[in-house]
Design a protein around this ligand. Sequence first.
Ligand code: ACK
Length: 912
Amino acid sequence: MHLVVETTYLSHYLSSHTSVLCSPQWDAITEMDEHNRPIHTFQVCHVMEPNQNNWLRTNWIPRQAAQKIYVELRFTLRDCNSIPWVSGTCKETFNLLYFETDEPQGANAHFHPNDYAKIDTIAADESFTQTDLGDRVLRLNTEVREVGPIARKGFYLAFQDVGACIALVSVRVYYKKCPSTLRNLAAFPDTVPRVDSSSLVEVRGACVENAEERDTPRLYCGADGDWLVPLGRCVCSIGYEENDNLCIEQCGRRILPGFYKAFAGNIKCSKCPPHSSSHTEGSAQCHCEKSYYRTSKDPPTMSCTRLPSSPRNLVFNINETALFLEWTPPSDTGGRKDVTYNVFCFRCGADGQACEPCNSNVRFIPRSTGLTSTSVVVQDFVVHANYTFQIEALNGVSGLGRSERQLANITVSTEQAGPSLVGVVRKDWASQTSIALSWQETEQPHAAILDYEIKYYEKEQEQLSYSSTRTKSPSVIVTGLNPSTVYVFHVRARTIAGYSSYSPKFEFATGDESKLPFPGLKTYIDPDTYEDPSQAVHEFAKEIDPSRIRIERVIGAGEFGEVCSGWLRIPGKKEIPVAIKTLKGGYTERQRRDFLRESSIMGQFDNPNIIRLEGVVTKSRPVMIVVEYMENGSLDSFLRKHDGQFTVIQLVGMLRGIASGMMYLSDIGYVHRDLAARNILVDDNLVCKVSDFGLSRVLEDDPEAAYTTTGGKIPIRWTAPEAIAYRKFSSASDAWSYGIVMWEVMSYGERPYWEMSNQDVILSIEEGYRLPAPMGCPVALHQLMLLCWQKERSRRPQFNDVVSFLDKLICNPSSLLTLVEDVNSFPESPEDMPDYPLFISIGDWLDSIKMSQYKNNFIAAGYTTLDSISTMSIDDVRRIGVSLIGHQRRIVSSIQALRLQFLHVQQNGFHV
Ligand code: ACK
């Protein structure tokens, strides 16, 4: 609300123009208020005479911007009742009138009452009254009237008295407007509302200095002079911030060095992000430190970043047609996630000098630039040539700091005819199925030999197919060979620079004299034969610097301490995953020796189906044994976890692996003594490897091992009768255990002999009872199990027989189609089953398999003789009320076993 004419101002108009009053009856009187200040008033009081018409007029009031004007009158009006003798003539109202003109009338102009339009008749709410004491009490009235729209440039106001007693104290004339204002960083000018009070005036604001428009700022001016509905806004420009509706160049009072304001917006200045700074005030951006950059796409809020360091651990692997380059990401990615790699190829002269970029024939898969993975395959390179490859790691700022680029280099010789690092290859010994070789390492001035590859084939077959194996030491026992057969061997070494060329070819034959290793030949050496067992550890296990081991998590508990998984860094190679067995603190010297004993056994083995020893830590604490990591852990729990999920061929593949590992062990004269699924480990390709070595130690450690009457601790269910009875452990007793492992595998980790007590197991075996085939087990496999469980140990198959037999099954999968369930031949009479207990009744039979609780079910369903159950299927068993799936299985397996007893006794030997 805006006042145009203050009271005093109007008083001035009124008082200075009394001369223009048409009627002299209005008197200008100055009185004093209670504070002794003068009050100018105009008074009229001709209440005694009739027909009064007294006018008081203002000076000309310019309209200015007003369309509608407001007139506020403050006056007193005397109550006619309070005046004696005036009835009839005394009035209690007066009239307010106005007259519009474009300019003031001349001083001499005549006053024409008719020019004036009436605004309203004004009456009093209050009037003079007499107090009891006779004082006159002033009751002041305030009345406001609106006039408009006014179209001319100005107007006069007039007061017409028709016979009242009035004192006009003040007249305020004003109009309303929305006052200029700042809102949302925009300035809005004074705005006069519309006369029509229901419609608003839309006003566009102008952004204040150093602000910019985001959304057109608008306000609406309402009839009462109030701003309504703010819309849109301005924001402070870059480098400015809002302070009390203005944009000021500031962080506080200004942008300090080290701070910046990157965006226009009503945000505060920020501290420079890492690796950047601002040195001037009012920065819109912080500048990157030396060697740090920002791409055009990086927001100013992001840290400055730098070029990545060079890729690490660049290695190669080469075969006849392809060269594999592999590396690990840079240790410093420069603070960015957009790391890619470029490969540069150079072909060099013989001395590794005079390199030129490779020609376009050399192909890179998937490509040579912009690689996101850390490997590339190189093809179509020239053989007998030297190449240098450079791998560059790049990130988004590499283009900004070219001079700082770092590369990893590797030199590769595709020279297959280079000097052989392997001299003469000798045969140390041969058995029917194995040949032990050793050779001399030639002096190797440039790089250490990482390992050797031995390639061999049957001479007669002349390279139709060949096999290969690897070893770290300059000796190997090649196993799984055919008896009395000549083989061709050649060996090459691998260094960090790749393979050397092959040694000359050497021919050696497998033996035919004996199945046992020849006396005096290189075989497994029992570490107990060393006077000082730690010497055996030194001899067979590599000492690892613990800084190369990175332990990740605990995966289990061994008797000596925790078993962990982790990583082992091997110089020039990628980290490999490992399992780490630790020896917990506070051990005795004997415990330390027993713990490390396993490593001096394992370190002698080199076979893909035997868990590989990477090395030991004995020179610092904790003492550790580091072995290859087997992703799927131990076989028994692995199978239980995946019950029913593998094909028979997959299961046979696992069994083949175990048999192959055992063949290797038996070939070098090592007896395991604790072969069981819990001691087999499985990798992520389902390759099974034999583990847990250490003879007596293992048996002490094995929760399955129980003390026998002869004092030893033996895992009864897995152990051959002669080993239980008089500790006759041999590869043949390992073969019995292997049969049990077969049964564990085919039943997905079922416990052999279920809940029978150890004593009952020993007795049942003694009486000729054998585990029935698990459900879904091919006949051929159960037959093999039964052969492993022959009482007479010389009749059990040897591991090379087992491997060959399983190989044949794998090559001829139809041989696995006949399941035990499908074999219906059943012994005609008990005499046909001499090695087996003779179950006289259903009750005896159910007792023997610990299923006595179902006797009534069988009898109630009419099954009273062994003959009558022979054709029962699992559905039949379920139907008679055996609802637990484990019990159904056990009963059906046993029925199948009864059928097989007959088959079994027909087998006296095993020929593959
Ligand atoms: O059944 P698991 O997972 O497999 O639990 C045991 C646990 O450590 C205690 O022996 C696991 N384990 C042992 N050696 C290895 C290995 N070389 N790789 C992976 N797991 C292993 C075993």
